[in-house]
Design a protein around this ligand. Structure first.
Ligand SMILES: Cc1cc2nc3c(=O)[nH]c(=O)nc-3n(C[C@H](O)[C@H](O)[C@H](O)COP(=O)(O)O)c2cc1C
Ligand SMILES: CCCCC(=O)C(=O)O
Length: 365
């Protein structure tokens, strides 16, 4: 059956993946209220198209920072763990597909392929020879280990660090409890978390520690470890966006971890306008959660995002057709965004503004 949409890819991924793996990818914390709300929030907004505005071709490129090479499109791969659960090529396949599409890959620290191998695959596949890669980090209580990870990411050509700050403790996911899914199966592990031992051989992967003891000082600490731009992922409150500005981060990443951490947290699209208001263009804003269509991307851009992260949608592509599936999902979302821009009379993202959206009266069931 041909795939018309991300929804179709999800259906096929569900058919192919073992139940516990599908549930790990698809699931959220507790009652999954936030998980569902992320996607529903897009349906609470309507697009307000403008007519007869010439836009024979649409430019999807976006620059997040002055003097930084622009991204080819405002759709980026949100960091997701364990890609080899979805497909044997794992993050190598994801990296190649994203690099070929010139799309930014935010690589999770919990990858099932080592960061150096992911970077090599990405750079090898990029037409320019230089792929766009950011590294997602859970700061570890062992700061020396954290610093070594950052050093490796820098050496491998990652261009920014994304510190995830929504996980002082790990969310409790009912589906994983029911399925008894608490660990990677034999043969798979977090390859980036291995380090050379005294004999030069790689040791066992170090477990990821979550810490509720961290304060804003970790941002300042990490800044001393690197000259890479720092992006804070997991911001939901305007007051925290302002604190992020005070701590001189380079971008704000609005996320509730795809509904996998605090159930009952708001849908990301719902907090975006207030955060965009207080940030007032001083920093780029990324947002993720529930993006399944190009029109979702357009709504997020209209409400103040500069780029939009996509998590599960890409995993469904990877599970269904490997790297080709990742490429297919990206192409679908890109094409849908391009089409929506044309129908709204926008020839570039600069023309996308809050005037393009308004509230829908009846939320869809
Ligand atoms: C299976 C899975 C694994 C994830 N792993 C990570 C991770 O390692 N680090 C992180 O910061 N976020 C992680 N996330 C959260 C995503 O970065 C992102 O916030 C979320 O998936 C966005 O929602 P969406 O899946 O609806 O697009 C994960 C999400 C999923 C679904
Ligand atoms: C220890 C792996 C972290 C993955 C993650 O962040 C998630 O499942 O949401």
């Amino acid at each position: 059956m041909p795939f018309a949409s991300v929804k179709d890819m999800r259906r096929e991924a569900r058919r192919r993946l073992p139940r516990a793996v599908f549930d790990f990818f698809a699931g959220g914390a507790d009652d999954e209220v936030t998980l569902r709300d992320n996607a529903r929030a897009f349906q609470r907004w309507a697009l307000l198209p403008r007519i007869l505005r010439p836009c024979p071709s649409r430019h999807l490129g976006v620059s997040l920072w002055k003097n930084d090479a622009p991204l080819a499109m405002p759709i980026v791969a949100a960091p997701t763990a364990f890609h080899r659960l979805a497909h044997p090529e794992g993050e190598l396949g994801t990296a190649r597909a994203l690099a070929q599409a010139d799309a930014l890959f935010i690589v999770s620290m919990a990858s099932t392929v080592a960061l150096e191998d992911i970077a090599a695959a990405a750079h090898g596949a990029a037409k320019s020879g230089h792929a766009r890669l950011w590294f997602q980090l859970y700061v570890q209580p062992d700061r020396a280990f954290t610093a070594r990870l950052i050093r490796r990411a820098e050496a491998a050509g990652f261009e920014a660090l994304v510190i995830t700050v929504d996980s002082p403790v790990f969310g409790r996911r009912d589906r994983d409890w029911r399925n008894g899914f608490f660990d990677l199966p034999a043969g798979l592990s977090c390859e980036t978390l291995r380090e050379p031992q005294g004999d030069g051989q790689l040791g066992p992967p170090r477990p990821i520690a979550f810490s509720a003891a961290f304060s804003w000082s970790i941002v300042d600490e990490v800044r001393k470890m690197t000259s890479l731009p720092i992006v804070l992922k997991g911001i939901l409150h305007p007051a925290d966006a302002l604190l992020a500005l005070e701590h001189e981060v380079s971008a704000i990443y609005i996320s509730n971890h795809g509904g996998r951490q605090l159930d009952g947290a708001p849908a990301t699209l719902d907090v975006l306008p207030a955060i965009a208001r207080v940030v007032a263009g001083r920093l780029p804003i990324l947002v993720d959660g529930g993006v399944r269509r190009g029109t979702d991307v357009l709504k997020a851009l209209a409400l103040g995002a500069n780029a939009v992260g996509v998590g599960r949608s890409l995993l469904w592509g990877l599970a269904t057709e490997g790297p080709d599936g990742v490429a297919r999902v990206l192409a679908m979302l890109r094409d849908e965004l391009d089409r929506a821009l044309a129908m709204c009379g926008c020839s570039s993202l600069d023309e996308v503004s809050p005037a393009l959206v308004g509230p829908r009266r009846e939320p869809l069931k």
